[in-house]
Design a protein around this ligand. Structure first.
Ligand code: CMP
Length: 139
């Protein structure tokens, strides 16, 4: 069953480059409601756990080191058709292929450092949101 929630992270590159405010503004303007949000820094072990599904990929080491290299903003977002609509808002994984006006087109620098994460399915949105947030942290 489709849910109306997705999970996102503003990644360390976008945080370092000062884009938190602009990215949150784009998320709000696109009609997403923030259910939960935190500014935090995950350890290498936590990044490995979060991205476990990619463990066999050649970029797993690079990805997990990058994601634990500095603070991130994690959030659960709500909107009708949240997973698909958020993936449209952020654009293609590789910013070179991202459409004009998308978050990655504006703020991502490379395939590895691509500014934002967005869940790829309703099921993963739940798993990823539960990784970061307790019930008491959702509003
Ligand atoms: P994300 O949506 O967070 O989920 C997995 C991430 O792996 C993806 O964003 C990319 O940033 C990253 N990724 C995918 N392919 C590559 C690659 N070939 N090299 C480095 N990172 C990659």
């Amino acid at each position: 069953m489709a849910t109306n929630r997705t999970f996102t992270m503003i990644k360390p590159d976008a945080v370092r480059n000062g884009h938190i405010g602009n990215i949150l503004q784009m998320i709000n303007a696109a009609g997403f409601r923030i259910i939960a949000m935190k500014y935090t820094n995950i350890s290498l072990a936590q990044a490995k756990k979060f991205y476990e599904v990619h463990a066999a990929r050649p970029f797993y080491g690079e990805l997990t080191e990058f994601m634990s290299s500095g603070p991130i903003v994690a959030a659960i977002l709500e909107k009708d058709n949240a997973v698909a609509d958020f993936r449209t808002l952020i654009g293609a994984t590789n910013p070179a292929e991202a459409a004009e006006g998308t978050i990655r087109k504006r703020y991502a620098t490379s395939l590895g450092e691509n500014a934002v994460h967005g869940s790829d399915s309703d099921e993963n949105a739940v798993i990823e949101g539960d990784f970061f947030f307790s019930g008491l942290e959702r509003f």
